[in-house]
Design a protein around this ligand. Structure first.
Ligand SMILES: NC(=O)c1ccc[n+]([C@@H]2O[C@H](COP(=O)([O-])OP(=O)(O)OC[C@H]3O[C@@H](n4cnc5c(N)ncnc54)[C@H](OP(=O)(O)O)[C@@H]3O)[C@@H](O)[C@H]2O)c1
Length: 294
């Protein structure tokens, strides 16, 4: 049996859909039901039910977007750094291996030759190496804290998307934003990520950091062109002139735009399709959100 924390969230729901579709025994734990931020309570549940693996899909992401993290700093720091450390304590005491949802947003840009950052590159969009958003700072801090614990996988996903029209889906965001910021990014297709993350529970590669993006990178304009070609948007997309135009008009905190190298994942025996192929798959299977009833 697998424990899932934060199962009510956007990423957690993707895990739950997979568990249900494939009949995988699991327990999705919500804070309201069992306060998993209390290590003693979590440890008692781990000892009583002895899951073979735990997935932490909880965290503080900010609503409606990461700008909220600039205002709610204590909650953000707790959700992304203190809470993972408490889960680590409980899992270490119970001897339960686990995976934590980290983020690629602790990097900015790409290497000078255009290639992606590897797990050996120190984050360059963090409190140590800023400027950064408060959200990204806390995610990088969470990674540092977990580095000292045994048997934890830190999965750095980045700009998740899939075929389900949803305000949290990157493809929906590109469709709905009034104006877009041109950038080159690595992305994570949730339909590929979820089973691959679960493969960690059986393959058990070396613990530590894993960049968990589909190989390659795409620009915002490339994604917009794919959405237009799929017939999902008729009006032309509008773009901010540049980053300072975006910051002036639409954002409080700076945003990460980055390319990640996911070859460590491949050497662990886990292969994801290239990002362009993953985007085509998502668009070929696109399910629009139901229209609001009048
Ligand atoms: N979505 C993204 O774009 C993205 C990208 C990279 C990484 N991540 C990481 O993936 C994880 C899940 O992200 P998500 O987008 O699924 O987040 P989400 O939709 O905001 O859900 C997070 C879940 O965490 C739990 N939680 C625990 N403490 C919380 C707190 N103080 N405030 C709010 N929720 C809290 C809640 O579940 P219960 O109340 O049911 O326990 C909540 O449903 C996070 O660690 C995030 O940093 C997300």
């Amino acid at each position: 049996m697998i424990f899932l924390l934060g199962g009510s969230g956007y990423i957690g729901q993707a895990f739950q859909r997979h568990f249900i579709r494939h009949g995988i025994a699991h327990r999705a734990i919500r804070r309201a039901e069992l306060d998993y931020s209390d290590p003693a309570r979590l440890l008692a549940a781990l000892r009583a039910e002895r899951p073979r693996f735990l997935i932490n899909a909880s965290g503080y992401t900010g609503k409606p977007n990461v700008d909220a993290c600039e205002l709610h700093r204590a909650e953000c720091l707790f959700g992304n750094a203190v809470l993972p450390a408490r889960i680590a304590e409980a899992c270490a005491s119970a001897g339960v291996p686990w995976g934590n949802l980290s983020s690629g947003c602790i990097y900015q840009g790409a290497k000078p030759d255009g290639s992606g950052f590897t797990e050996l590159d120190p984050p360059n969009f963090s409190f140590h190496n800023g400027p950064c958003s408060f959200y990204s700072g806390t995610k990088a801090l969470g990674e540092e804290i977990l580095a000292g614990y045994p048997d934890v996988y830190q999965w750095r996903i980045r700009i998740p998307f899939d075929h389900l029209d949803n305000p949290r889906n990157y493809l929906t965001k590109i469709l709905r934003y009034a104006r877009l910021l041109e950038a080159r990014n690595s992305l994570t297709h949730l339909v590929d990520f979820v089973p691959a993350a679960l493969a960690f529970a059986s393959l058990r590669p070396a613990p530590g950091l894993y960049n968990f993006t589909n190989p390659g990178a795409v620009t915002t304009r490339e994604v917009a062109a794919l959405l237009a070609a799929a017939g999902l948007r008729r009006e032309p997309f509008r773009f901010f002139v540049d980053e300072s135009d975006f910051m002036r008009e639409a954002a409080v905190a700076p945003r990460s735009k980055c390319v990640l190298d996911s070859s460590k994942l491949l050497s662990a025996g886990i292969s994801l399709p290239p990002v362009q192929e993953a985007l085509h798959t998502a668009l070929a299977n696109w399910i629009p959100a139901p229209l609001p009833s009048s």
